[in-house]
Design a protein around this ligand. Structure first.
Ligand code: M6R
Length: 607
């Protein structure tokens, strides 16, 4: 949720921290702060607002510190104010703490510390840690942090700086992600790799209940009971260019345009010469006797899972159900050792999905993670992982990871149907031939951009927008509505088109925009009938269609956004593209903060 970064080196810490915080801002962006060791003294700067506001405050100040920590926040405990911004200090301003996650027993700890005379100055759970470390410090910062996290309950990643140990930053992790890295003469700690691209030459992902410190000599990792941890580090392979806008106005637009590549890369590693399905190592351990599949996921990832729920019905002889991860534990889903659970998550860190994975495994299910980030918590807690290869996604609204998830799930479905001995060779090779053409068709689908930009001007005045579709395109209607809501703040709903007459039709008034995904297929004529119903109520029909020249469609639709002809896995991916562009251009036209929409964060690590 929040972004944390720490630096120990020989260069100036403040510019590095500010630059890194900008790279981490997608994790949270309601306040920001840094703490430095300046001439042996701990100094702190923080404020509500974006990193650029903090940078503005610091502008011109020549800090010579080479050790410091920085934080960008997504508020959980306490509203986003200067006072609640991190870093938080102990009573004497000698210890600074930045934190991602939630200290669940903060109230009990706070009461105890206040009774002992500690004075708090914020409403956050994090400040408890600063006072707790202060109360436990007797000359060894690492030991004090170890004891403090031994008392803390909940999920956290922390970095702690102390004036009394000015050459180091102590870190600890439980639940929330944390990575340490090093390069010649410098060491780093961060909640995510993008902050370290182009800086660290190698990184190490921390596991739960590990802690340690970074110094000029690099990093040292220990278990909670003090045993040294030695794992082979990872080379940093991603290019820093991946986290630049590359000439686009927003990351979201860049990421929409990257989809031919991200879908192509996701497919490529699972196909031999683009046409033959390769064995996926993660699927080799699946017991062919599985008799039920559940997908667990949140938000956009849930929509991808829902597409798979539809697609897999025709390739697998067992039922598959997509359940919103936060609901999964509350339901009595029938789980046995013959249940296969697919956890879908771009970040691999979403706590609701992680909890669903834990719950499924504890009940004996075999869990496969489909993740975009390697080494994530969801991957670690699953039996095996398959990857989407979308590259780093910075825009808070998921785009390229969504289409990559559909592509990967499509192939996983085909592979599982082989495990089951159910795949018809002819059908799967037809699907694979279609997929080979998909990247080119995505490029073609993007040509609708100018038309969408013009149409967006009309939609910007809407207060409600309906998205209707049938079959495997229904989840795309849900996703189109979610995208529009997330970044333009216009109320939007996705419905199966057949449901319209059972309620949502009441919303349709003169000029109400109704976006209908009209794919040539078994449900096409029924969708045209639904279009008639919208027209009869004077709704404004926008048809997204692979039959743009059909005279019936031309007669009924006020606007048509064409989509290249396709079928199977390709179709939901191609229908997504105009909807992503529409949400983007409506938001641009309204002047919202497209890449960092209000109240949202890229990775949701609280339940
Ligand atoms: O990282 P995950 O895929 O697990 O994230 C799941 C959702 O939080 C995410 O898709 C969210 O709905 C995005 N804001 C969608 O744009």
């Amino acid at each position: 949720m929040c972004g944390i970064v720490g630096y120990v080196g020989s260069e100036l810490a403040a510019p590095f921290l500010l630059e890194s915080l900008k790279r981490l801002e997608y994790r949270g962006y309601d306040s920001a702060g840094i703490a430095l060791i300046e001439d042996g003294k701990l100094v702190r700067f923080r404020r509500a607002g974006k990193v650029r506001d903090l940078e503005h405050d610091l502008h011109g100040a020549a800090y010579s510190a080479t050790v410091g920590i920085g934080h960008t926040r997504w508020a959980t405990h306490g509203v986003p104010t200067d006072r609640n911004a991190h870093p938080h200090l102990d009573c004497h301003g000698r210890i600074a703490v930045i934190h991602n996650g939630i200290i669940e027993n903060h109230a009990v700890l706070r009461e105890r510390l206040e009774n002992d005379g500690h004075v708090f100055s914020s409403e956050t759970d994090t400040e408890v840690l600063a006072h707790l470390v202060e109360s436990l410090y007797d000359g060894d910062l690492l030991d004090a942090v170890r004891k403090a996290i031994g008392q803390a309950q909940g999920a956290f990643a922390v970095a702690i700086l102390s004036q009394d140990a000015p050459d180091r930053i102590v870190f600890a992790k439980r639940g929330s992600p944390l990575v340490v890295g090093r390069s010649e003469g410098a060491a780093y700690v961060s909640s995510d790799v993008p902050a370290l691209l182009g800086k660290a030459s190698e990184v190490q992902f921390l596991l739960d209940d590990e802690l340690g410190e970074i110094t000029l000599d690099g990093y040292r990792i220990l278990t909670l009971d003090g045993r040294p941890v030695h794992r082979a580090p990872h080379r940093v392979s991603a290019d820093p260019v991946a986290i630049q806008k590359g000439g686009y106005k927003h990351f979201m637009l860049k990421e929409i345009h990257e989809q031919a590549r991200s879908v192509g890369e996701t497919l490529r590693e699972k196909l031999d010469q683009g046409t033959r399905l390769l064995g996926m190592p993660a699927l080799e351990q699946v017991d062919p006797d599985f008799d039920h599949i559940y997908f667990v996921a949140c938000g956009t990832a849930h929509h991808a899972a829902k597409v798979a729920e539809y697609l897999w019905e025709s390739v697998l002889p067992v039922p598959a159900h997509a359940i919103i991860a936060s609901e999964f534990r509350l339901r009595n889903a029938h789980i046995t050792p013959r249940t296969l659970v697919i956890a879908v998550s771009q970040s691999g860190e979403t706590i609701d999905t992680l909890m669903a994975v834990r719950s499924a495994r504890s009940r004996g299910a075999h869990v496969i993670a489909l993740v975009n980030a390697e080494q994530s918590a969801i991957e670690r807690e699953s039996n095996a992982a398959v990857y989407t290869r979308a590259g780093i996604e910075i825009g808070v609204a998921a785009t390229k990871t969504f289409t990559a998830q559909i592509a990967a799930l499509g192939l996983i479905g085909l592979a599982l149907s082989r495990v089951k001995g159910a795949a018809s060779e002819a059908e799967s090779s037809r699907e694979l031939r279609e997929l080979a053409l998909l990247p080119g068709r995505i490029v073609e689908a993007l040509r609708v951009e100018d038309k969408v930009r013009t149409l967006a001007e009309r939609l910007r005045h809407a207060s409600d927008v309906l998205f209707l579709a049938r079959g495997a395109l229904f989840p795309i209607a849900l996703e189109g509505a979610l995208k529009l809501k997330e970044i333009s703040y216009i109320h939007a709903e996705g419905y199966p088109a057949g449901e319209m007459k059972h309620g949502p039709i009441a919303l349709i008034d003169e000029g109400t925009p109704v976006i209908m995904l009209a794919s040539r297929g078994p449900a096409y004529d029924k969708l045209l009938s639904n279009m008639e119903e919208v027209k009869a109520r004077k709704g404004f029909v926008i048809a997204v269609s692979d039959a743009p020249e059909d005279p019936n469609l031309v007669r009924l639709a006020d606007e048509i956004l064409p989509v290249p002809t396709s079928s199977g896995i390709s179709s939901p991916i191609l229908f997504t593209i105009p909807l992503q562009l529409l949400a983007y251009y409506v938001a641009v036209s309204l002047g919202t903060d497209v890449d960092q929409p209000r109240n949202l964060a890229k990775t949701v690590t609280v339940e």
